[in-house]
Design a protein around this ligand. Structure first.
Ligand code: GLN
Length: 198
């Protein structure tokens, strides 16, 4: 199994390290061919308008959408979550995106860089106590559609959700040494790979 990390901008190396710590084969994705060869893909945090523009420039938007439509898992963290959302509040006019997940997210909803913080969040489906979540200029999920499961909240705000093979987080699990959320995503990838091999 091979899990990719979209490597255009943002916290790429940290996700590659987190995947390696879990014993997964991880690779950087910059081309349509590299995207198509993945069993799952992580869209990292960074700056969503920049990542979106580069995604368009490198012809990656459609291949990533195809990956998701084929049933292979995507995990978007922070800016990556914004790219996955169907609706964006406080986005930039015409900001390129994947628009895959039935959620409305608000960019920078926890405030600007100075408002970055850490908090303990309970993550549904992840055992072993609360997860220490790092929020950096983080978006919030304001609305979820039918078929979207809320996995975590912080101060009553939705900060993690899942819709089938799509997993979205407001925070950065790659910035702590706790591997549980990457393991959770890897088990989604394993499950999907099994189903696709049938
Ligand atoms: N505020 C950034 C954006 O809108 C996201 C920040 C992050 O990924 N840490 O793209």
């Amino acid at each position: 199994m091979k899990v990719g990390v979209l490597a255009l901008q943002g916290a790429v190396r940290e996700h590659l390290k987190a995947l390696a710590r879990c014993g997964a084969e991880a690779c950087e994705v910059r081309t349509p061919e590299e995207a198509a060869a993945c069993d799952g893909l992580i869209l990292p945090g960074g700056e969503s308008t920049t990542i979106g523009k580069l995604m368009e420039r490198y012809g990656l938007t459609d291949p990533i959408k195809e990956l998701a439509v084929s049933g292979r898992p995507l995990m978007g963290t922070c800016a990556g979550m914004i790219l996955m959302a169907k609706n964006i509040i406080a986005g930039i006019e015409g900001q390129p995106r994947l628009a895959l997940m039935d959620v409305t997210v608000e960019r920078n909803a926890f405030g600007r860089q100075v408002d970055s913080f850490e908090a303990e969040v309970e993550f549904r489906g992840v055992e072993g106590g609360p997860f220490r979540a790092v929020f950096i200029c983080a978006p919030i999920i304001r609305e979820v559609g039918e078929g979207v499961e809320v996995l975590a909240t912080c101060e009553d705000k939705i900060v993690a959700a899942r819709q089938g093979n799509l997993l979205a987080l407001s925070f950065h699990p790659e910035l702590t040494s706790d591997p549980r959320i990457h393991r959770y995503f890897l088990s989604m990838c394993e499950q999907a790979a099994k189903e696709l091999a049938r």
